[in-house]
Design a protein around this ligand. Sequence first.
Ligand SMILES: C[S@@+](CC[C@H](N)C(=O)[O-])C[C@H]1O[C@@H](n2cnc3c(N)ncnc32)[C@H](O)[C@@H]1O
Length: 279
Amino acid sequence: MALLGQMIILESERLKKVSGNNSEREALILLGYVMGCQTSLLQHNLNEEVSISTQNLFKSVVDKRCQHQPISQIIGLRYFWKHQFLVTPDVLDPRPDTETLIEQALDIGPFKRILDLGTGSGCILLSLLSEYPLATGIGVDISEKALNVANENAILLGLDDRAQFRIGNWCEGISEKFDLIISNPPYVTEDEMYNLSKDILDWEPRIALTPEGDGLNAYKSIFTSAEQLMSQRSSLILEIGFNQAESVSAIARENNFETVHIIKDINNKDRALVIKQLV
Ligand SMILES: C[S@@+](CC[C@H](N)C(=O)[O-])C[C@H]1O[C@@H](n2cnc3c(N)ncnc32)[C@H](O)[C@@H]1O
């Protein structure tokens, strides 16, 4: 049998090639996952013996990480806003930057009827519904597998009575009015895709990352059909790439919308637009 501390050193060494300076932290997270305990507890028990089956399980999850599978997919969870969300290779791993959209919605809300376009894991819609106990909403996605994950998250968070998930192409087939439409659509350009890390490129769904071409096609589709789902008082909040505020605002103007606010993220980069219909 090996000691816990020895296992951590051994597996951190293997992890260095994918996670560099983070390798020890990742080894602790993965061992904590395998043993079902917190990483702080592991650090206090480095001289404890580890059973052969735990060693083998630990090695197998480190193997996965060495194939560049993101930690969130291996452990199946990601903390977003105030809750844990199930994450699989079928959904985008929710990003801290996207929490900027939640903050903004809370600033300009409350909202009672919410449409989340490209819902993925459901993290945006479900976070907002948990903040607004009287609100209901629809999450749309073109991926049935992503919607299965969103549905599971809604059940786990006890929000399935107020969240509905529908398969669809952006706003197609939806005909009611919403006071908030919110979306983190795919916006990476086809060229930028070549620069993404293997963790992202090999493991997250391409359809969640890029609409191909110049990265703007999802915005074009949303703007051409969102108007009929909004009233003059409704808001549209869209996540954007750090260099897309101008081009997305131009598409908005062509479609009778205007950007009323550009929101910065925690790194002070443009991250979201608040958009209204032109009067
Ligand atoms: C950037 S991910 C956002 C996921 C989630 N809302 C989040 O913020 O973590 C974009 C999502 O849009 C979905 N999507 C891509 N094309 C779509 C389309 N034509 N209609 C609806 N959803 C689409 C993808 O499947 C993916 O779940």
